[in-house]
Design a protein around this ligand. Structure first.
Ligand SMILES: Nc1nc2c(ncn2[C@@H]2O[C@H](COP(=O)(O)OP(=O)(O)O)[C@@H](O)[C@H]2O)c(=O)[nH]1
Ligand SMILES: [Mg+2]
Length: 189
């Protein structure tokens, strides 16, 4: 199966706009600038679907996309963006926390994206802990592997896998499309 259609549905800006029409939801989370929006574009093969930016901290709402008319991707704002104002950070944390832990939505899976060149940060580990506590199904995407030497890649992936243990880790590049097929299978499976 392929992803054949994808369209923007809406932006969720506050913690009460529930989207529950029975279609499965897949949350896409990670620090600012790791490539969440780019991942959506590469997976759906629509370059401009999710807005990407080289300056971190741009997305402050949850952007909802309908995939194959049958499931939703939710592009969440990035967590742990140090340069954002305290108030913006709090608003974003609240929105993420509400959607993942208080809304009652049971996600089909939570895709946590990291920059493979940076590895897992303290914020990522904290998020993984909280998701595990709630029994969420987690998939880790190690993005931007196009920037790594193949000699580094194996050891970096091993380190990530040793840390997260049970969760699948996919080496990914939105730029050269590494891992797209593998992730597509997981998402649609
Ligand atoms: N080299 C490389 N750059 C990427 C990749 N994915 C995203 N980027 C770049 O990283 C920056 C942030 O991407 P974006 O998707 O907006 O990140 P988000 O904040 O997590 O949604 C942009 O400049 C992208 O072009 C990738 O796989 N490889
Ligand atoms: Mg984004």
């Amino acid at each position: 199966m392929n992803i054949s259609t994808a369209k923007f549905v809406k932006g969720i800006v506050k913690a009460d706009e529930l989207l529950e029409d029975g279609k499965p939801q897949i949350a896409i989370i990670g620090r600012s600038n790791v490539g969440k929006s780019s991942m959506i574009n590469s997976l759906t093969k629509q370059k401009g679907l999710a807005i990407t930016s080289s300056s971190p901290g741009r997305t402050q709402q949850i952007n909802v996309f309908l995939i194959n008319k049958s499931l939703y991707f939710l592009d969440l704002p990035g967590y742990g963006f140090a340069k954002a104002s305290k108030q913006d950070r709090e608003t974003i944390q609240k929105l993420i926390g509400w959607y993942l832990f208080e809304s009652g939505v049971i996600q089909k899976m939570v895709i946590l994206i990291i920059d493979a060149n940076v590895g897992l940060t303290a914020n990522d580990l904290e998020m993984i802990d909280m998701l595990e506590e709630e029994g969420k199904k987690i998939v880790i995407i190690a993005n931007k592997v196009d920037r790594m030497k193949s000699s580094q890649l194996a050891s970096v992936l091993k380190k990530i896998r040793d840390t997260v243990e049970v969760h699948p880790v996919i080496a990914y590049s939105s730029k050269d499309k590494t891992g797209v097929r593998e992730l597509e299978k997981l998402v649609l499976g």
